[in-house]
Design a protein around this ligand. Structure first.
Ligand code: CA
Length: 457
C-alpha cells in the first residue's frame, strides 16, 4: 500500500468508525441477587425502574452465567474472553503478588486498538501492583479502586493513601465527597461528555451492592419500613446512578447505537441480604445461585424485538460480542471460549450460544450439558439435577441417571485437564467454609456457617 493510501485511511477511518460503530458500556454489578431486579422478578420488592427500562429495550437472558462464583476470577474471565482457569486466575487474589497474567490480552486492549477511548469506573480486583493496574491493561482512564471492595463514603483510614482500597484517578489516590455509587456515575457522565464525538468503551463496575451495607440517609428514609432496608436503599442508588448514565446517552443521541451489557459478577451473597430465588445457593458455591446471574444485553438500533432469551449463555460471550460489534471478530486469531451474541440478538441464529459450560474453583466443580447440571466437590462426591424439571436443584439424579452422570464427569475431567493449576488459592478458612456450605446444600439443609468468623475452632 502506498503512503498516500495509508494517509487516506488514517484521515478518514475515525469518522467512519464514529458513524457506524457502537459505543459499548458494561454495567458490572457486584454480588447482586438473581431475583433483586424488577426485570427478573415481577414480585421484586426492590425498586429498579431505570434498569428495568434497559431490560425492556434489550434482551433479558434468563440462563446466563458468569465463569466463576466469586469476583476476581469472574472478572478475569469476562475481560479476557477465556476460561480464567486456563491462565491460573482460578481463585480470588490472596496476596499483593496476585494479578491477571501479563500475557493475557484484555477486552480494553482490543477496544483501544480499534480506536476506542477506554475507561474503567469502580472495582478492578485483577491485581494491585503497578504492572497489573487498569492503565497498564488497556484502559486510557481509571477512576476506581484496586481491591475487592471498599466503603461507600470517603474513609480517612485509607483514602488519599497508597492503600489498595483508596479511590484513584488513574494512578493517583484522590479525595471525593458523597456516596461512591453516585460519584462513579457522575465521573462516567463527565467521561461521556468529553468523549462523545469519539467511540468509547466503558466498564462501569461499582462496589454496589457488595458489603459493607452503607446507604445515604435520604435513600434509607425512602425504605424505612422495608424488611431489607439497606439493600433496598443501595439498590435504589445503583438504579439512579445507571439511570443518569442512560439519560446522558439519550440526551447526546447516543443511546440507540450503544451496546450495553448489564450483569452481576457472581450470585447474590447471604452477607448483603440479596435473594437468588428461585435458585439454590449463592456467591461462592456451584449451585445455580452462585453463577447464574441477572443479565441484559441492549442495543436498540440492532435489536428489533426485545424478548426473553432462555438459552445457555456465558459472560465469556461478552468479549467476542464486542469484537463482532466493531467488526474485528472474523480476523481475530486468538482462541476465545465464548461466542458472539449478535446473531442471537438479531435472531439470525436460532440455537444456543452453548450446550456445555464448565466451572472449577480449586476443589469445587460444576458443569452444564443442556438442561443437566453436575456438581462435584472433593470428598463430597457428585450431585446431578435436571434444571428443566428442578431449577431449585433439590432432586439428585446421580443414582438413577448413572450414564448421564458418568458421561458428564468424563467431559468435565477432559475440560479440567486442559486447564492449568491455580496460581494461588484462597485461605484455608474460606475453603473450610466453602466446603461446609456445599455439604449442607448437597443434603438440602440450611447452611450452618457463612463466613470464617462463624467457624468453630
Ligand atoms: Ca462479587
Amino acid at each position: 500500500m502506498s503512503y498516500i493510501g495509508v494517509k487516506y485511511i488514517l484521515c478518514f477511518n475515525p469518522i467512519m468508525a464514529n458513524e457506524n460503530k457502537p459505543n459499548i458500556i458494561i454495567f458490572l454489578i457486584d454480588d447482586a441477587g438473581y431475583a433483586d431486579f424488577g426485570f427478573n422478578n415481577c414480585n421484586c420488592d426492590l425498586k429498579t425502574p431505570y434498569i428495568d427500562f434497559l431490560a425492556r429495550d434489550g434482551l433479558v437472558f434468563t440462563d446466563a452465567h458468569v465463569s466463576s462464583t466469586v469476583s476476581g476470577p469472574s472478572r478475569a474471565g469476562l475481560i479476557t474472553g477465556k476460561n480464567q482457569q486456563s491462565f491460573g486466575f482460578e481463585c480470588n487474589p490472596s496476596s499483593l503478588d496476585c494479578g491477571l497474567d501479563l500475557k493475557e490480552i484484555t477486552l480494553a486492549n482490543e477496544m483501544k486498538k480499534a480506536n476506542y477511548k477506554t475507561a474503567l469506573f469502580g472495582k478492578w480486583h485483577l491485581g494491585i501492583k503497578p504492572q497489573f493496574r487498569p492503565n497498564m491493561r488497556g484502559f486510557d482512564f481509571f477512576y476506581g479502586f484496586l481491591s475487592g471492595g471498599r466503603n461507600y463514603f470517603f474513609n480517612k483510614n485509607y483514602d488519599c493513601t497508597e492503600n489498595e482500597n483508596a479511590l484513584r484517578l488513574n494512578g493517583k489516590p484522590v479525595s471525593f465527597k458523597g456516596y461512591l455509587t453516585d460519584e462513579l456515575s457522575n465521573k462516567c457522565i463527565e467521561f461521556i461528555e468529553k468523549n462523545k464525538k469519539e467511540n468509547f468503551f466503558i466498564i462501569w463496575a461499582p462496589n454496589a451492592v457488595h458489603t459493607p451495607m452503607e446507604a445515604k440517609d435520604e435513600d434509607l428514609l425512602l425504605f424505612k419500613d422495608h424488611p431489607r432496608k439497606k439493600l433496598a436503599a443501595m439498590t435504589w442508588a445503583l438504579d439512579r446512578a445507571i439511570g443518569k448514565i442512560i439519560l446522558k446517552l439519550q440526551k447526546e443521541n447516543l443511546y440507540n447505537n450503544t451496546l450495553i451489557f448489564f450483569l452481576s459478577d457472581n450470585g447474590g451473597s447471604p452477607e448483603n441480604d440479596s435473594s437468588n430465588f428461585p435458585l439454590k445457593g449463592f456467591k461462592g458455591n456451584e449451585f445455580e445461585g452462585g453463577h447464574r446471574v441477572p443479565f441484559i444485553v441492549s442495543w436498540p438500533s440492532k435489536i428489533r424485538y426485545p424478548f426473553k432469551f432462555s438459552r445457555l449463555t456465558s459472560s465469556l460471550d461478552i468479549f467476542p460480542t464486542c469484537l463482532d460489534a466493531v467488526d474485528k471478530l472474523k480476523t481475530y486469531n486468538i482462541q476465545l471460549d465464548g461466542v458472539s451474541l449478535i446473531p442471537f440478538l438479531q435472531e439470525t441464529e436460532k440455537g444456543s450460544p452453548h450446550n456445555r459450560l464448565y466451572w472449577r474453583k480449586d476443589f469445587t466443580f460444576s458443569m452444564r450439558h443442556d438442561n443437566m447440571k453436575l456438581i462435584k466437590v472433593k470428598d463430597l462426591g457428585c450431585r446431578l439435577y435436571n434444571l428443566n424439571a428442578d431449577l431449585g436443584e433439590k432432586n439428585d439424579l446421580s443414582q438413577e441417571e448413572r450414564n448421564i452422570l458418568n458421561g458428564m464427569i468424563h467431559d468435565l475431567e477432559i475440560w479440567s485437564d486442559l486447564m492449568i493449576k491455580p496460581l494461588w488459592t484462597e485461605d484455608t478458612k474460606w475453603n473450610d467454609v466453602t466446603w461446609l456450605i456445599h455439604r449442607d446444600l448437597f443434603n438440602n439443609k440450611q447452611i450452618t456457617v457463612k463466613n470464617p468468623d462463624e467457624l468453630e475452632n
